[in-house]
Design a protein around this ligand. Structure first.
Ligand SMILES: NC(=O)C1=CN([C@@H]2O[C@H](COP(=O)(O)OP(=O)(O)OC[C@H]3O[C@@H](n4cnc5c(N)ncnc54)[C@H](OP(=O)(O)O)[C@@H]3O)[C@@H](O)[C@H]2O)C=CC1
Ligand SMILES: O=C1O[C@H](COP(=O)(O)O)[C@@H](O)[C@H](O)[C@H]1O
Length: 502
């Protein structure tokens, strides 16, 4: 990791700095980086949004966010003051013709001195404003230096293949690809990155990481929360766009990719794109066999009742938006031919847990008497992304006793026990990577488009044929019955995650 002194002077301009993302994620992450001495020595934050407010009001709003969401808890006065001194606020509306004048002047002031700082423009704004904000940067020539100026684009990146292509074209006309950092925050999570370390820094698993030994793969990203205050956005998105097109497919790529030659950003991203390209396209007539959608109804967590999706704020009473999605994907290449990848994600499920389960084929021959194998389970390797980050390998052992009986036992690696301290939040890692100019954990234009191609046939069929049975799962359950049937067709079943309460 670079030290403070090694990072070049930087000004981070947060567009939409008065919004939820900046408040809950970005500024708490920056503050934690600051406390860890990870920010450049010369580092400034300029926040921009519509509302009129002075620097002090803006800073104290951000401090509330830090106090609530920093992994270090409440901020102490002294370091907060030092950090807050670097923050200023500008009120500008990007949709106005003269927008950017204040920003231009502020950047000029910051350029004065020994070395012009690198500029990072973080677009934490509603997707409909991307064009106006990026256009303003181009018009004023504020993001012109291809080596030192970068733009960070949040999800959602388009809402289908065509709109993602159009957005890529638009950004491509204004900036060079190496300046564009498309965020997928799952790639910043420690355990997601650890998939690379686990697969490519160990010689133990790579020889069996293929169709000869692996029976199938399950990727589960389950949430306990409902749609919360984001009904307006979610109604237009749904689980497939919100989670599968980005986070789950990125995890799949890391599990399935070929070993990269180096850790160079484009080399890693090339290998990931190869996986997306190899996913066998789902034909429209196959959608009902290979994809399942669901929507939560009212339910219960312990003693607490929660409303159904259709009763959430900003959600239509007859909404057909899916809050659960499951897919069966096949990767048509030498390594994975015939190995199903099952993906599922949903809101208001039984637990918050994200994990990848690699389920191995049975040993080719069992020499034991039939009774011995009664408790037999396939070997499985579970990569736990959250919570309780770690890796669990389930093996077969002899049960203690005078009879020869098999039983399952787990070998566990837990981050919390193996390493001291709390790992950085995803946004800390990603923000630091943008400052260092390392795009390995960011989405390249072709990756985003390939990922849209994978889910497009499903989206199209789902949009044409609305569901008639929503809501079809109870809040607090593991999703609709149809998801169990999807995987049962091949004699498989979803592995119930080991749930540890948050
Ligand atoms: N919130 C989250 O957890 C996540 C958000 N995202 C993405 O991040 C982006 C931002 O989300 P979020 O923070 O939740 O959104 P919010 O609606 O909370 O914030 C939007 C921000 O944009 C500003 N804004 C809106 N219109 C204009 C305008 N015309 N000119 C200048 N500023 C404007 C608002 O200004 P003002 O404050 O003055 O109203 C506000 O600061 C979205 O693309 C979202 O999809 C992605 C992942 C998670
Ligand atoms: O991108 C998103 O991710 C969150 C889940 O992220 P996590 O880090 O808490 O697992 C999800 O709630 C949200 O709907 C989606 O937009």
């Amino acid at each position: 990791m670079p030290t403070t002194a090694q990072l070049e002077p930087t000004v981070l301009v947060i567009f939409g700095a008065g919004g939820d993302l900046a408040w809950r994620k970005l500024v708490p992450a920056l503050y934690d980086l600051y406390l860890d001495h990870r920010l450049p020595e010369r580092f400034t934050i300029v926040g921009i949004a519509r509302r009129q407010q002075d620097d002090e009001t803006f800073r104290s709003h951000l401090r509330q966010g830090v106090d609530s969401f920093s992994r270090r808890g409440k901020s102490a006065d002294e370091p907060w003051r030092e950090f807050a001194d670097r923050i200023s606020y500008l009120a500008e509306d990007f949709t106005q013709p003269d927008a950017g004048a204040l920003l231009g002047r502020r950047l000029q002031e910051l350029d004065e001195g020994t070395e012009r700082p690198n500029r990072i423009f973080y677009l934490a704004i509603p997707p409909g404003l991307l064009e106006a904000a990026a256009g303003m940067l181009q018009r004023l020539g504020l993001c012109r230096d291809c080596q030192r100026d970068r733009i960070v684009v949040e999800k959602p990146f388009g809402r289908d293949l065509d709109s993602a292509r159009a957005l890529n074209r638009l950004l491509g006309e204004m900036f060079v690809e190496s300046q564009i950092y498309r965020i997928d925050h799952y790639l910043g999570k420690e355990t997601v990155q650890n998939i690379l370390a686990f697969r490519f820094a160990n010689s133990l698993f790579e020889p069996i990481w293929n169709r000869r030994y692996i029976d199938h793969v399950q990727i589960t990203v389950a949430e306990k929360v409902g749609v919360e205050e984001r009904g307006g956005y979610y109604e237009r998105a749904g689980a497939l766009r919100d989670m599968v097109q980005n986070h789950l497919l990125q995890i799949l790529c890391l599990v399935a990719m070929e070993p990269p030659v180096s850790f160079d950003a484009d080399e890693v991203r090339n290998k990931k794109v190869d996986v997306l390209r190899a996913i066998r396209p789902i034909r429209p007539e196959e959608v009902h066999q290979l994809a399942v959608r669901g929507q939560y109804g009212a339910g219960q967590y312990g003693a607490g009742a929660v409303p159904g999706y259709r009763n959430e704020p900003a959600v239509a009473g007859e909404s057909v938006t899916e809050t659960f999605a499951a897919l069966k994907l096949n990767i048509g290449n030498w390594r994975w031919q015939g190995v199903p990848f099952y993906l599922r994600t949903g809101k208001r499920l039984s637990a918050k847990v994200s994990e990848v389960s690699i389920v191995f084929r049975p040993a080719p021959h069992q020499p034991f008497p039939a009774a011995a194998a009664e408790g037999w389970q396939p070997n499985r390797l579970v990569i736990r992304i959250q919570p309780e980050e770690g890796i669990v390998t389930r093996i077969q052992v002899k049960q203690p006793g005078t009879r020869f009986l098999l039983g399952a036992a787990d070998m566990q690696f837990r981050y919390r026990e193996a390493f001291r301290g709390t790992p950085p939040e995803a946004y800390e890692t990603l923000l630091l990577d943008v400052m260092r100019g390392d795009a390995t954990l960011f989405m390249r234009a072709d990756q985003v488009e390939c990922a849209w191609s994978v889910v497009s046939p499903v989206l199209e069929v789902w949009e044409t044929v609305p569901p008639t049975d929503f809501p079809d799962y109870r809040a607090g359950s593991w999703g609709p019955e149809a998801a169990d049937l999807l995987i049962a067709k091949e004699g498989h079943s979803w592995l119930q995650p080991v749930v540890t309460e948050e």
